[in-house]
Design a protein around this ligand. Structure first.
Ligand SMILES: NC(=O)c1ccc[n+]([C@@H]2O[C@H](COP(=O)([O-])OP(=O)(O)OC[C@H]3O[C@@H](n4cnc5c(N)ncnc54)[C@H](OP(=O)(O)O)[C@@H]3O)[C@@H](O)[C@H]2O)c1
Length: 325
């Protein structure tokens, strides 16, 4: 697939993030919502009507089999990503799957192996990585402009409503780490790579899901990252990267940054790269660019890092006392 224009997207599921993604997709001329699939035919019809007359499929299987879809965006709760991604890959479709890619590293590695074997594109929809301001953070941090990186601090939290079933039901993959903690963890990985040691502590609900926690990660360079995440507290959700000659500050919410400041203590320069829509447009553009180039992996959304971060999440969940799922 090197010359398809526009890229024809299918969206699998009709929930909250599916609607936000479709809204950003509509902003891009060279990408089109071709079809939507839902477990509920009436929800597929409603979604298709709301977002521009795409085909409505009353099952995920029908969407996966739609011959006029190039790539499917999987937007179900993470507890069922394995089966939904497999359905799409088996039907020969490229896939962009919401975070967390799966519930554990073994499953993520299996999906990655399956996509590679089939020569199909796969990426985790870790949109923060494609945000132009976060890309600048990465660029500045790895350029040496603030010296050697010694510390990263990042936190993402919110107070989740009791009726947000996905966030509380273990069967759907509920976990504050998999839902929001994955962002500060990925941010630390972007700047510092793989840690050599992880310590973590936090609280679990009566049903055994982590709802409020933090971790300290140590790297071979001696750098340390302090990350925190919560679905029961209203934190500031900012991030800082500190080097031996300066720092980068990313104001709230750092994972959807609209600006950053960098420099030494008294002399910080502000950068504000334009963000298209709510920011999902950038991951859509990245996937489209890969598909047009015939690439099955994205350098901005690298699969090996996705698996490494899942492995780190396995370790953190184990340290928190969460049973393996
Ligand atoms: N990138 C981001 O900013 C961001 C933000 C929020 C969430 N997410 C990720 O996106 C995924 C979905 O989150 P969401 O907030 O969109 O969830 P949601 O609003 O609950 O929607 C999930 C959708 O999945 C489908 N689904 C299939 N089986 C289901 C089940 N057993 N229970 C409930 N829904 C089921 C439903 O669509 P149908 O009824 O149409 O089949 C439902 O509307 C999660 O992996 C989450 O981590 C990412």
């Amino acid at each position: 697939m090197t010359s398809i224009d526009p890229i024809r997207w299918g969206i699998l599921a009709t929930g909250g993030i599916a609607a936000k993604f479709a809204t950003d997709l509509a902003l891009l001329d060279d990408n089109v919502l071709a079809a939507v699939g839902s477990r509920r035919p009436e929800a597929a019809q409603e979604f298709a009507g709301r977002f521009g007359g795409s085909r409505a499929h009353g099952t995920y299987e029908e969407l996966a089999a739609d011959p006029d879809v190039d790539v499917i965006y999987v937007a179900t709760p993470h507890g069922r990503h394995v089966e939904d991604v497999m359905l799409c890959l088996e039907a020969g479709k490229h896939v962009l799957c919401e975070k967390a890619l799966t519930m554990n590293a073994t499953d993520s590695a299996a999906l990655v192996a399956e996509a590679r074997e089939r020569g199909l594109f796969l990426a985790e929809a870790m949109w923060m990585r494609t945000n132009p301001n976060v890309r600048r953070v990465h660029e500045i941090a790895t350029s040496g402009a603030i010296g050697e990186i010694r510390q990263v601090r990042a936190e993402l939290s919110h107070v989740s409503r009791a009726d947000s079933v996905r966030l509380w039901d273990p069967a759907l993959g509920a976990s504050a780490l998999l839902d929001v903690g994955i962002y500060p963890l990925t941010f630390a990985h972007l700047v510092l790579g793989e840690p050599v040691d992880i310590a973590a502590s936090g609280t679990l609900t009566d049903q055994g899901i982590d709802d409020n926690a933090g971790a300290v990660l140590t790297y071979a360079s001696g750098a340390v990252a302090s990350i925190a995440w919560s679905q029961v507290s209203a934190g500031d959700s900012s991030a800082v990267v500190a080097g031996t000659t300066g720092r980068i500050e990313v104001p709230a919410r750092f994972h959807e940054a609209t600006s950053l400041r960098h420099g030494d203590g008294d002399d910080l320069t502000t950068i504000s790269e334009p963000v298209i829509g709510r920011g999902y447009a950038h991951e859509i553009q990245e996937v489209a660019a890969c598909l047009r180039a015939g690439a099955t992996e994205s350098a901005l959304l690298p699969l090996d890092e996705t698996v490494s971060i899942q492995r780190q999440m396995d370790e953190i969940l184990s340290l928190l006392g969460v049973a393996a799922r």
